[in-house]
Design a protein around this ligand. Structure first.
Ligand code: FES
Length: 150
C-alpha cells in the first residue's frame, strides 16, 4: 500500500457509494483487459441528473479508490457533466496515482460512460448494454513500470 498517497488509501479503506442498487435506471459493467478486473456502476437518474450512483468493483486498491471518488464527483451532476469526467480528473482529485496504476482508474470512467449509455438505451426501449470487458481509454495515458495488483 505504501506506493499510494494518504488520500488514495483513505478512499480505499472507506469507499463511498459501494454496493448494488435496486431498480437502477442504468447499469454499466466494464472490465480492464490488462488485469481482468471488473466494475459495475448503477445509476438513478431524475430530470437528467444523477440522483444516486453505486458501484461494485472487483479490483485493486486503485480501482476501488478511483471508483469511490468518481462516483462522488458525478453524484448530483447532469448526464452531460458526468460524461466529461475523465480518469485523469479522478486521479488528480486523489492527489495522483502511481504511473503503473493509472490504467486502473479507467474502470471508473468507462463504467460511468457505460451506465449512461445503458440509461439512454433503456429510455429508447433498446435492450440493455452488454458487459464490456475491453475498456479502452479515450485519452492518452502515460504509463511506466510494471503492472501491479496491489
Ligand atoms: Fe486491475 Fe488495478 S484495476 S490492477
Amino acid at each position: 500500500m505504501s506506493m499510494y498517497n494518504e488520500k488514495v488509501i483513505q478512499a480505499f479503506m472507506s469507499p463511498k457509494n459501494v454496493g448494488a442498487m435496486e431498480n437502477p435506471d442504468g447499469v454499466g459493467e466494464v472490465g480492464n483487459p490488462r488485469c481482468g478486473d471488473v466494475m459495475k456502476i448503477y445509476l438513478r437518474v431524475r430530470d437528467d441528473r444523477i440522483e444516486d450512483i453505486r458501484f461494485e468493483t472487483f479490483g485493486c486498491a486503485a480501482a476501488i479508490a478511483t471508483s469511490s471518488t468518481a462516483t462522488e464527483m458525478v453524484k448530483g451532476r447532469t448526464i452531460e457533466e458526468a460524461l466529461k469526467l475523465t480518469n485523469r480528473d479522478v486521479a488528480e482529485a486523489l492527489g495522483g496515482l502511481p504511473p503503473e496504476k493509472i490504467h486502473c482508474s479507467l474502470l471508473a470512467e468507462e463504467g460511468i460512460r457505460a451506465a449512461i449509455e445503458d440509461y439512454r438505451r433503456r429510455r429508447q426501449g433498446l435492450p440493455p448494454l452488454p458487459p464490456r470487458h475491453d475498456a479502452v481509454c479515450h485519452h492518452e495515458i502515460p504509463e511506466t513500470g510494471e503492472e501491479t495488483r496491489e
